[in-house]
Design a binder for this molecule. Structure first.
Ligand code: CO8
Length: 260
């Protein structure tokens, strides 16, 4: 399948998706978001693909936000009738059960920051800048920014960023817990691909279950989350990959995962 606004490449078991509107700093218009949904749905459906990386083309931006030019003239009735953002939002959260990483180069602002925060984790280049500057446009984040940023970095920093539109650099973002790792700009893709390849080498059902469990920490009380964890642990003991993983450990050999 070909796309107009993104590049998609399979590298072994890793799908690399690149936002490709560099002249508009990879701003997320409806066409880009529709391409992203299609590419991630194809990734999710393809059993040979076990982890994805999402990045932005050019050195300047991962994505500078939702497309302001597209939103500027749109009447409120259309935003409401279309339930603007809901299909993209639900697709990138609950519909993607396989792991994926955001490799953030340059600006990740507004919707760009929100899409990055939907990833299982973020690896940032040293020139990355994160922000939710929607207040400066007279709106608010619309795809989870107020919630995910607050979960990630706490109320004080999230409130300051969201109320002032201040951007946060990569080093501060790592210290604050927004990103897993900061790497030099030149190494970003290699480092993200290395992490993705490692994840892709893990048992696929285990990867899916572990992702689900960490995400449950955002949705459930502690006791519900721990019960959910125990049940999924118990369920995983019935998989062929559990038998293989434990036999391989005891037999001092590499496991061969079946995804069953
Ligand atoms: N939308 C549309 N076009 C954009 C956007 C954008 N978000 N950001 C940059 N561009 C375009 C510029 O208009 C410009 O185009 P042109 O050359 O045709 O004039 C080109 O990209 C280059 O941008 P600049 O000349 O502005 O580059 P600078 O280096 O001077 O500045 C900045 C870079 C600081 C990133 C600046 O472009 C900027 O502030 N951009 C807007 C950032 C912003 O406000 N983002 C939030 C948007 S609102 C939002 O995301 C709502 C979230 C809820 C929905 C989520 C849906 C995914």
């Amino acid at each position: 399948m070909s796309y107009d606004n993104i590049l998609v490449e399979q590298r072994g078991a890793v799908t690399l998706v690149t936002l490709n509107r560099p002249k508009a700093l990879n701003a997320l218009n409806a066409a880009v978001l529709d391409d992203l949904i299609a590419a991630f749905a194809a990734f999710e459906a393809d059993d040979t693909q076990r982890c994805a990386v999402l990045t932005g083309s050019g050195e300047k931006a991962f994505a500078a936000g939702a497309d302001i030019k597209e939103m500027a003239e749109k009447p409120m009735a259309d935003f409401y009738r279309e339930d603007y953002l809901s299909k993209w939002y639900s697709h990138f959260t609950s519909a993607i059960r396989k792991p994926w990483i955001a490799a953030v180069n340059g600006f990740a602002l507004g919707g760009g920051c929100e899409v990055a925060m939907m990833a299982d984790f973020i690896i940032a280049s040293d020139n990355a800048k994160f922000g939710q500057p929607e207040i400066k446009l007279g709106v608010a984040p619309g795809m989870g920014g107020t919630q995910r940023l607050t979960h990630a970095i706490g109320k004080a920093k999230a409130m300051e960023m969201i109320l002032t539109g201040r951007l946060m650099g990569a080093e501060e973002a790592e210290k604050a817990g927004l990103v897993a790792r900061v790497v030099p700009q030149a190494d970003l893709l290699d480092e993200a691909m290395k992490s993705a390849t490692l994840i892709a080498s893990m048992p696929p059902l285990g990867a899916m279950a572990n992702k689900e469990l960490v995400n449950a920490a955002y949705e459930m009380t502690l006791s519900q989350g721990i019960l959910h964890e125990r049940r999924l642990f118990q369920i995983l003991t019935a998989t062929e990959d559990k038998a293989e993983g434990m036999a391989a450990f005891i037999g001092k050999r590499d496991p061969e995962w079946k995804g069953r």
